[in-house]
Design a protein around this ligand. Sequence first.
Ligand code: FAD
Length: 367
Amino acid sequence: MVGGGITGVGAALALKRRGIEALLIERGEIASGASGRNAGYLMRGAADNYVAATRDLGRASARQLWKWTEDNLTMLRKEGIESLPTYRRVPSCLLAMDESERAELHESAALMREDGFALEWVESGRDAVWRSGAALGGLLNPDDAACNPCDLLKFLVSRLDHPPMTHTEVAHVELADDGVSLKTAEALIEAKRCLVCLNAYTSLLFPALSGLIQPKRGQILAARTGSVVFDYSYYANHGYEYFRQATPEAVIIGGWRRRFAEVEVGFEERTTEEVQRGLEGFGERLLGAPLEVTARWSGTMGFTPDGLPLIGPIDAAGRAASAGPLWVCGGYTGHGMSMAFKAAHEAVEAMLTGAAPPFPLSRFLNE
Ligand SMILES: Cc1cc2nc3c(=O)[nH]c(=O)nc-3n(C[C@H](O)[C@H](O)[C@H](O)COP(=O)(O)OP(=O)(O)OC[C@H]3O[C@@H](n4cnc5c(N)ncnc54)[C@H](O)[C@@H]3O)c2cc1C
């Protein structure tokens, strides 16, 4: 595997379970990409609500995706993440802050119930969000969870038999007669197969995928609150803003990229004053007090045209192939902690057995 985030580590665990020796190569530290920079929501669903997903993808695909994210968390729990000190079983709440989103979330709740998903609808609460007067209603995913993502990745890596090869950048990949060869600054590594787990960074190594997995920046801040102010992990403005209690004394607030969509793209991991000021103002309106900001950071997400992951064989340039030893798995459109562990397992299964992968890259063959 190339890429030491949740996809690469998930794939390494899937291979370990099958008794297959695997090498995980990472250019920095494990979780130095999005997997260590995210907000830690282990959440059912995708970027927008169920009605929007049904409209964009069709009902069957929306249902498949929602079920996929439920399975992802079940698999992580089976792996043992509930033992982590920062893991918390906490409902996520898709929050309506205007009438049109309220109507859409209401409709989502009805469709989700029809499709067999457990949920609750709330119109009041005791925490700062409801006291602020900004909340008109919320769809609760009762079985969701949240976790510090760095702890989560550290834990998953501790379950591997062999330590990953870190601080090793793969500069070039070639298809060989009987496998794949990976060139780094110091070595040529030969493997029978290779799973590319680079998500947002995929096109740096495989330019042909630049239109299918696009890098977009997400920014977050952490603030000290001194006590618990949020009862749920909130997700507002169609997922463009999100905020949750990270520890009993601190919250994280992320998003605000919609207003700066043209700027918040590319691979540069830096914070900007405009977005951070927006996040602060948003947080202060919710909490009714100035924020004591303790940290600010950003990360790079990989967006696909339809918001669904991409799994499948590629050639050395990154073009979709019908089969072969080189595969890609990524493109979670900002939701990889909730999708990628399962995606990695499914990708390994398809790569080894030749079975058709779910969310195949080949759906974009003509683009
Ligand atoms: C600000 C922010 C908030 C988010 N919040 C959430 C959330 O709350 N819930 C959720 O589900 N998702 C969230 N996400 C999305 C989630 O973090 C990602 O979808 C997920 O981490 C992707 O995992 P990955 O392993 O596929 O990619 P990454 O974690 O990005 O891993 C790719 C790795 O590849 C390495 N790499 C790159 N090039 C090379 C190379 N040439 N050779 C070797 N290694 C290389 C990188 O260093 C990196 O470690 C968020 C993302 C961001 C940025």
